[in-house]
Design a binder for this molecule. Structure first.
Ligand code: NAG
Ligand code: NAG
Ligand code: NAG
Length: 746
């Protein structure tokens, strides 16, 4: 049951649940309760570290054996989740968010009571074909989703074993079967006892080790009974064991009835349809699905279980906006009708905001909490930053003034041999020191403010530290090359496209003109032809009708959905290829090494990541940054970006939004990320960024050029491109209406 367990080691000091019964037969019991685990430590064995970011930052601490071998992601952390609350988990790449989620889902954290039902959707490495592991390939989509509830499967499995036993002629078969089931149960108890024994606190630890001994004995005993010779079992035992088998079977059957399997099927259908499956899609074999549809199938499996804790790691990655809006509304409904706790990681800012009521921040190996949604958190952060920034400024100024005046007194005192003045100066210096709290920190070390943002504690005025951002490394794009003569960059006139041997029209009479500085956003559901349009625009495929004209000096930077895969392929073929080497080869001498390094660094890639870490070891976010470097080095006037957020994390999306917002060339952005379109295309700055100086939105100094920028958001639907006068919001509202109809009665 703990498939990939060996690489993660989780321990904790105490939990409020020590008294909770760990009896696995209570798996289906309603035990929705708060999680409260203190002194949590999570260590990952070094072999499990694969991303470059992790590898370069591995700190080996010699404290204990486990630590010496791995990286401590969480040290003395406090995991606190209230039942029924929906949490958004934030943290930079490489801080261990996914590991924490996995440790929870696999019940590796000792303080989480065993009966808690946890379901997880995680991003699996396509290379490992991890997706396949969890899916039985010849099941249909609906069957797969219906079979996802582990506790139900267990009950079904045991019930089947027992009924089969009673169908045989052999009167001893039920005895053997119930003994087998009991043996499996003692083995489960042993697993739990082993986990308990990793609790490290004194008396409890001692008790846990005693329990472990007892559990080992029980497994031995049940194992012995299982292998007992038939002729050695006396009649009386046969009777009691048979009776036990009958009762267990009855119990299982009534439990299965309670689970209302027909309701579950109804629910599973509604969820799958909501996630975009067609009726006929439900009967498709899982093995025939593309990656995107498989992920939707896995997501449906998690939703249908209605677990105590639902863990969603980037659930929107494979969804189009209709799917995202559907999921948002579905999860919002859960708030009212279920006690399910949700913990989710997402790069989609609007999605987090719509779903999460509270925020958990993983940083510096600790977990911090904010009671409020993402906007409230970020707004608070900016205010705190501003407040402490001002405070620090005022404080620094005051200190400088006082010290200058003291120095002046000392100087005058020495010159005039005025002992009185010198004495006074000394007293004042002491006062300054006292007031600034310097005496408590003789070494002049810095006092750190508690940075968790949930109430700052000013411990000393000696040194105020302004909270630093969790933003991803900033990015900035090179200015577009000047065009020698004016004119539109590209224009599409009456573009119509359909594939040969297929009647369906993908694009119909599409017109679009893009000038330098324009911002054009294209949204639309999957299959609406967005990528086809981009490919026609970039000359990848010829249109069936119409005309594409481009400026003769135009340089285009095109980021497509293939861009990251292409880099991954290069990394596989040339395992030692680094980002620097790759780019040096591509610029063919147009830039020298220093310039290439500068370019990579302006994309947020610097140091070892550029010159020592092979491309094959870069994280998704790093690959996107590299892919961007490849398309912007030649300073193009038009950037065409097709679904660029897919591999990015939350902080990088923010960094990208600011970089794009201040680009002086034209941008054509195909995306389902509402935040990205709103900020880059519509030029709107969300309230939470109002105070954030790094974020260049509309509020930045308006030049003639930016004021007259064309900013248009289009939606592609049934081959037509329709401008949205109210931008993203208009499209979103139309989807919300559709979704509300779909969710009636769910
Ligand atoms: C685990 O520990 C708790 C109390 O600390 C105890 O009630 C429970 O029975 C233990 N489980 C096992 C399998 O030993
Ligand atoms: C829908 O589009 C997104 C973004 O282009 C893609 O990642 C996903 O795989 C697609 N989903 C399906 C189910 O095809
Ligand atoms: C986030 O919280 C703030 C303050 O509580 C509230 O005004 C705002 O409407 C919330 N935003 C969303 C998207 O729920």
């Amino acid at each position: 049951m703990t498939s990939s367990a060996p690489s993660i080691l989780a321990t904790c000091k105490q939990t409020r649940f020590h008294l909770l019964d760990d009896n696995p037969s209570q798996e289906v019991a309603e035990t929705t309760q708060d999680i409260d685990v203190a002194g949590l430590s999570i260590v990952v064995a070094s072999s499990a570290l694969d991303s470059a970011e992790d590898a370069t930052k591995t700190k080996v601490k010699g404290k204990s054996k486990a630590k010496a071998e791995g990286k401590e992601l969480i040290a003395d952390g406090h995991l606190r989740l209230k039942a029924g609350i929906h949490y958004g988990l934030l943290g930079r790449n490489g801080t261990g968010k996914s590991t924490l989620l996995r440790a929870m889902a696999e019940k590796l954290i000792p303080g989480i009571p065993h009966p808690t039902r946890i379901a997880i959707l995680q991003q699996t490495d396509q290379d490992e074909q991890g997706i396949n592991a969890g899916l039985s390939q010849d099941r249909t989509v609906l069957e797969h989703v219906l079979s996802s509830d582990e506790s139900k499967n267990e009950a079904v499995r045991k019930a089947n074993l027992l009924s089969k036993a009673f169908e045989t002629e052999d009167p001893l078969e039920p005895v053997r079967t119930i003994r087998k089931i009991r043996h499996q149960q003692t083995e489960m108890q042993l697993f739990l006892a082993q986990r308990n024994a990793s609790l490290k606190s004194g008396a409890r630890g001692l008790q846990a080790r005693k329990d472990l001994k007892a559990a080992e004995l029980k497994v031995d005993a049940s194992g012995e009974l299982l292998s007992q010779d038939a002729n050695q079992i006396d009649a009386e035992t046969v009777q009691t064991d048979t009776q036990a088998a009958v009762e267990t079977l009855q119990d299982l059957q009534s439990r299965l009835e309670d689970m209302k399997l027909s309701d579950m099927e109804h629910q599973a259908r509604r969820i799958l349809l909501g996630l975009g499956f067609s009726e006929s899609g439900l009967d498709k074999k899982v093995s025939t699905l593309s990656g995107g549809w498989r992920m939707r199938c896995m997501l449906a499996s998690v939703l249908v279980q209605d677990p105590d804790i639902m863990i969603l790691d980037e659930p929107t990655n494979f969804l189009d906006l209709l799917g995202v809006v559907w999921l948002e509304k579905y999860l919002q409904q859960l708030r009212d009708r279920s006690e399910t706790t949700i913990l989710l990681v997402s790069h989609d800012r609007d999605f987090i905001n719509a779903v999460c009521e509270e925020i958990v921040i993983l940083r510096d190996q600790k977990l911090n909490y904010f009671r409020g949604n993402l906007s409230a958190y970020e707004q608070d952060f900016e205010e705190q930053k501003l407040y402490w920034g001002r405070m620090k400024e005022a404080n620094d100024r005051q200190m400088a003034q006082m010290e200058a005046s003291i120095r002046e007194s000392v100087k005058v005192g020495k010159k005039t041999n005025d002992d009185n003045k010198l004495r006074q100066a000394k007293t004042r210096q002491k006062k300054v020191d006292d007031r600034m709290g310097l005496q408590v920190n003789a070494k002049g070390g810095r006092f750190k403010l508690n940075r968790d943002l949930v109430g700052y504690h000013l411990k000393s005025r000696a040194d105020i530290e302004v909270p630093t951002d969790e933003k991803g490394a900033l990015m900035s794009l090179p200015d577009a090359t000047e065009l020698r003569f004016p004119g539109p960059l590209v224009s599409l006139e009456g573009i119509t496209f359909k594939y040969k041997n297929n009647d369906r029209i993908i694009l119909e009479d599409v017109n679009l003109v893009v000038h330098i500085g324009d911002r054009v956003g294209i949204m639309g559901l999957n299959g609406s032809g967005k990528t086809t349009l981009v490919r026609v625009l970039t000359g990848g495929i010829p249109s069936s009708k119409g005309k594409v004209t481009t400026h003769s000096r135009l340089k285009v930077g095109y980021y497509g959905q293939h861009s990251v895969e292409e880099l991954q392929d290069r990394g596989r073929i040339e395992p030692s290829l680094t980002a620097l080497a790759l780019l040096m080869a591509e610029v063919e001498g147009s830039l020298n090494e220093g310039e290439v390094r500068g370019l990579l660094s302006s994309m947020g890639l610097a140091g070892r990541v550029v010159s020592d870490v092979p491309v094959s070891k870069l994280s998704g976010g790093q690959l996107v940054r590299l892919a961007l470097a490849r398309i912007v080095w030649s300073a193009p006037q038009l950037l065409i970006l097709d679904e660029i957020t897919t591999h990015l994390d939350f902080n990088t999306v923010t960094a990208l939004a600011s970089a794009l917002s201040s680009f002086n060339g034209a941008i054509l952005l195909v995306s389902h990320d509402r935040f990205l379109i709103r900020s880059v295309i519509e030029g709107k700055r969300d309230i939470e960024h109002k105070l954030d100086d790094d974020f260049e939105g509309l509020e930045q100094e308006e030049t003639e050029e930016t004021k007259t920028r064309r900013r248009s958001v289009y939606v592609l639907k049934n081959g037509k491109m329709i401008e949205q006068q109210k931008g993203v919001e208009q499209f979103e509202q139309s989807l919300v209406k559709r979704v509300q109809k779909m969710l009636v009665g769910l």
